[in-house]
Every structure is written in structure tokens, then in C-alpha cells.
Write a protein that binds this ligand. Structure first.
Ligand SMILES: Nc1ncnc2c1ncn2[C@@H]1O[C@H](COP(=O)(O)OP(=O)(O)O)[C@@H](O)[C@H]1O
Ligand SMILES: O=C(CO)[C@@H](O)[C@H](O)COP(=O)(O)O
Length: 500
């Protein structure tokens, strides 16, 4: 009986799930940690070879007979990372990641060359924000001249793993929309954006072909042998981790809203048509299923809870007790959790702020709650933009590591005043990649089942993890959320660049 695998290269780890589509069970899963090279100037880098080693370490843990039955696989990856390759396919420099804010000056320069943020959005659907791939190119030109001179291909993290698996270079529209160079309305590269990023060369020559979401490739014999996979195994196109999590959480039809509580916090909705904000209030991304995926991303989600837990010597896995010991609003303690700079709100030079301290609330439990509330309020701030634009949702499907916390699930239900569902397969992005592989394989073999139909058959929620808004707590979070916004308004000007 055949199996499919989903590989998710997240920020903190690579995870692999092996799924049996016939029994609808995950038959094997493994994860391997990743280090992050963080520097004072906002740099956040990883070496692509670490993703490859971590992927291999995961497959090594699976029984040989499980690996030998894998017929198809797909890769999900942290979005936006800049992987520069030379003509021979060698990596030229460490990958600057989605949470790298060292290139915020370059973002301004690209948008200035285009006539400002509004003109940039008019041209391609998104402003160029710190973290998106585009600004990493001029930064590389300035700081890594040798890599720039030898640059032949730009790939994103999941594209690089696809390249390792197949020897072929391609991009699909979902993750490509996070480069900043794709005109999301036409799903083609924007020549204006490319020229503004680098007037000295034709950047389109460095971008691999864009392929449709139903394309499949064959694994290369060498890596198939190394991973213990059949030489006939197929590799589906994969996508950005949020695009894959959209599949794994069932967010593939209109009206669905999903949230991921990982290193980043994300909130995304599926749409059959482009959903562009003319003020750039959200990221107007494409999905990896042929549609669009308007998305909110915060750079500091479990970043904040992890740091506080580590400070006080406990694990986030044991953090719920601190939530139960403190009331909504953390007795007045407010955390703006912008430890890595921030994208939502757009404050790449932002820093974390702790406000409202008094003798009563200066405790580890209050700080942990304030971090979790701050991470959740940042997502609510983005959600308010969705609502202001007329979008309406009835439920939230939650995934990512933070979804393991019952207290956080309840906090999301209460802050957003919406019921929360959690899928049975907790690793939304890896599971979504496995489902994409399952669908693409069937599709290539002539199965007419649509991707949303297949997703409806395989994504089931776990009723024991559902959370329902509690009216008293919904009310209790209103004033603290407003307090968070007031502090944000007061502090934001300190972290914006001074006018020229
Ligand atoms: N029970 C839990 N309570 C709170 N946070 C948790 C729990 N379990 C895992 N996490 C958090 O989930 C994070 C990892 O999430 P994940 O989605 O795997 O991240 P990424 O995809 O960015 O690598 C860790 O930082 C950890 O703090
Ligand atoms: O930048 C974004 C989305 O635009 C992030 O969501 C990254 O895709 C990283 O994801 P995680 O490692 O937190 O899952």
C-alpha cells in the first residue's frame, strides 16, 4: 500500500510526516531542530545545507519499509528566504530569512524608485516589507559582492529543497508571491518591481520558471537512494508554509480562516480572486492551490512566549499553569512583543516594550500571560483590517506549535470572539504538503477529484481540542486589547525612521 510524505522546513525545525491516504492515518513523523543565526543589525540567517541535513535526519528515523512505500512527497517551507545559487547550483551565501529586518533601508529604496508604497501596491499588489525576498537582493549586492557577481538563480527555502530532491529549479505562485516581485493580480513577474530592485541587471534571468500547482516532478536517483525512497517517487510543487498550512487546515475554499501560532503568527483566508489592500494592511499573497491567500504575519509569536519562559526557566509546554493563575489583561501588564522587529504593525526597527508594571503584576506568570496576550493582540490588530475591509468569518482553524496549548486556544477564541477548531493532524504545514502530494499524484494518474474535495475528505477536526468563546472573558479582553493599541500608538513613532 502506498504512502505520501510532507516535509516542512520551519524556522525552528524541519518536520516530516508520512501519511497513509487509504487509512487516513499519519504512520510516521519526525522532527529535527534548526539553529538561527541572529545578529544585532536584525540579520536572521540559516544555511540551506542545515535544512537538507535536518530533512535527512528525519527520514533516517523512519523504518526502511515505510520509506520504500512513499510514492509522492511535497515540501513546505518558511516563506521569503533568499537562497542565492551559482550556475552550478552551489549555495553562494547563508539564506537571509523571513524575519531578517537588516534590509529595511533597501525596502524604502525599492519603493522610492517606484514612486512610493501606494504605487508599488498598484503595480504588484504588495508593498515591499522587511522580510520579503526583494530587499535581500540589493543588500546582497552591497554586502556580499562576490555572491552577487556569481548569482545565477534565486530560490526560496522550499524551492531549494525541491532542487535538492529533483535537480530542477522552479517556483510555484504561492511562495513566489512572497518575494515581492510577483504581480499577484496577473500571477506574473512584475518587470517594474524587478527593475526597481536592481536597475543594473535583468533579474528575471535569475528567477526560475513558474509552474502550475498540479505539476509533478520525479525525484533524482541519488537523493532517492540516500533517503531510502523509491526511484519512481514523485515530488509535487510544494509551497510556502502558510500556503501548505492552508491545505492542512482545510482553508482552500472561500470563507475559511486559519491561524498559525509558530515562530511567526499568521492569519490567512482563502479567496478565488486577488484580495489586495490598497494601504498594504495585509499581504496579498497567492495560494498554492490556484487561488489567493490574503495573510497577516507577525514576526513575534512563540518568539515572545519562548523568551519569557526561558527567562524564568520553564518550558512553554508547561506554560498553561501561568495562564490559569492570572486574569485576562494580566492585571494591567502590557507587552508589545516586538523582540525581532515587526511586520504587523510595520515596525521593522521596533523593539519589545513592557508597560504597566506594578508590584502586583511583576511576576513570571503575569509576564508569560502578557507575552501570549501581546502575540495574540498583534494578530487581532491584523484581523481588524480584514474585518474593516468587509471580510467575515465564522470560525478559526488553529495550527502551529502554540495550538498545543489549551489556554492559548481559549485565549484566541475569547480575543477574536470566534469558535476555534484544531485539526486532528496538528502539523498543519507538513500535513498540507502530504495532502498536496496525494492530490497531485492522483491528478497525474487521471483522478478527477479536486483539491478542495480531497481536503474535505482528509482534514478532520479534533473535538477534544475545540474552544468556544466565553462571553465573560470576551468582555474581559476588550479593555486590555484597547490598552495594547494605545501603547502601540504611543510607542510606534519612536521606532519609525525620522523623516528625511
Ligand atoms: N504546549 C505548548 N504551549 C505553548 N507553546 C508551545 C507548546 N508546544 C509548542 N509550543 C511552541 O511552538 C513553537 C514551535 O512552533 P512551530 O509551529 O513548530 O514553529 P516553526 O514552524 O516556526 O518552526 C515553539 O517555539 C514552542 O514554544
Ligand atoms: O514570513 C512569514 C509569512 O509571510 C512566516 O510565516 C514564515 O513563513 C515563517 O513561518 P514559521 O516558521 O513561523 O512557520
Amino acid at each position: 500500500m502506498s504512502l505520501v510524505a510532507g516535509i516542512d522546513a520551519g524556522t525552528q525545525s524541519v518536520k516530516v510526516v508520512v501519511y497513509d491516504g487509504a487509512t487516513r492515518e499519519v504512520v510516521a513523523s519526525a522532527s529535527a531542530p534548526l539553529e538561527l543565526d541572529s545578529r544585532e543589525d536584525g540579520s536572521r540567517e540559516q544555511h540551506p545545507s542545515d535544512w537538507v541535513h535536518a530533512m535527512k535526519a528525519c527520514f533516517d528515523r523512519f523504518d526502511a519499509d515505510v520509506r520504500a512505500r512513499i510514492e509522492a512527497l511535497a515540501v513546505s517551507g518558511q516563506q521569503h528566504g533568499f537562497v542565492p545559487l551559482d550556475a552550478a547550483g552551489q549555495v553562494l551565501a547563508p539564506a537571509k530569512l523571513w524575519n531578517d529586518t537588516s534590509t529595511s533601508a533597501e525596502c524604502g529604496q525599492i519603493m522610492d524608485a517606484l514612486g512610493g508604497p501606494s504605487r508599488t501596491i498598484a503595480l504588484a499588489g504588495n508593498p515591499i516589507l522587511a522580510g520579503y525576498t526583494a530587499s535581500k537582493l540589493p543588500w546582497t549586492k552591497r554586502h556580499r559582492a562576490d555572491a552577487y557577481a556569481r548569482l545565477a538563480t534565486i530560490l526560496l527555502p522550499h524551492d531549494y529543497l525541491n532542487f535538492v530532491l529533483t535537480g530542477q529549479r522552479w517556483m510555484e505562485h504561492g511562495d513566489a508571491s512572497g518575494t515581492g516581485w510577483l504581480d499577484v493580480r496577473t500571477r506574473t513577474w512584475s518587470s517594474d518591481l524587478l527593475k526597481a530592485t536592481d536597475p543594473d541587471r535583468d533579474l528575471s534571468a535569475c528567477l526560475p520558471p513558474l509552474v502550475a500547482h498540479d505539476a509533478v516532478f520525479t525525484i533524482s536517483p541519488g537523493i532517492a537512494n540516500e533517503l531510502g525512497l523509491p526511484a519512481t517517487a514523485k515530488v509535487a510543487v510544494g509551497g510556502g508554509d502558510n500556503m501548505m498550512a492552508a491545505i492542512g487546515t482545510g482553508c482552500v475554499t472561500e470563507g475559511r480562516l486559519a491561524m498559525s501560532l509558530g515562530t511567526s503568527g499568521t492569519l490567512f483566508a482563502y479567496s478565488d480572486t486577488p484580495v489586495v489592500s490598497d494601504t498594504g494592511a495585509w499581504a496579498a499573497f497567492c495560494s498554492s492551490t490556484g487561488g489567493w491567500l490574503p495573510l497577516i504575519c507577525t514576526m513575534n509569536c512563540t518568539v515572545a512566549t519562548e523568551q519569557v519562559a526561558r527567562l524564568f526557566g520553564f518550558s512553554t509546554r508547561d506554560g498553561d499553569a501561568h495562564l490559569h493563575a492570572t486574569p485576562p489583561g494580566a492585571d494591567g501588564l502590557v507587552m508589545l512583543p516586538f523582540l525581532s522587529g515587526e511586520r504587523t504593525p510595520d515596525l521593522p526597527r521596533g523593539k519589545g516594550v513592557l508597560a504597566g508594571l506594578d508590584p502586583h503584576n511583576m511576576s513570571p506568570a503575569h509576564l508569560y500571560r502578557a507575552a501570549m496576550e501581546g502575540a495574540t493582540y498583534s494578530l487581532k490588530y491584523g484581523f481588524d483590517a480584514f474585518v474593516a475591509a468587509g471580510m467575515r468569518f465564522e470560525r478559526i482553524v488553529l495550527t502551529g506549535g502554540g495550538a498545543n496549548s489549551a489556554a492559548w486556544r481559549q485565549m484566541v477564541a475569547d480575543v477574536f470572539a470566534l469558535p476555534v477548531d484544531v485539526p486532528k493532524q496538528a502539523e498543519g504545514a507538513a500535513f498540507g504538503a502530504a495532502l498536496q502530494a496525494l492530490w497531485a499524484l492522483g491528478h497525474a494518474q487521471g483522478d478527477a477529484t479536486s483539491l478542495p474535495e480531497l481536503v474535505a475528505e482528509h482534514v478532520a477536526v479534533d473535538p477534544t481540542q475545540a474552544a468556544t468563546p466565553d462571553p465573560a472573558r470576551v468582555a474581559a479582553y476588550r479593555a486590555p486589547y484597547q490598552r495594547f493599541l494605545q501603547h502601540l500608538d504611543a510607542v510606534a513613532p519612536l521606532y519609525r525612521p525620522a523623516p528625511a
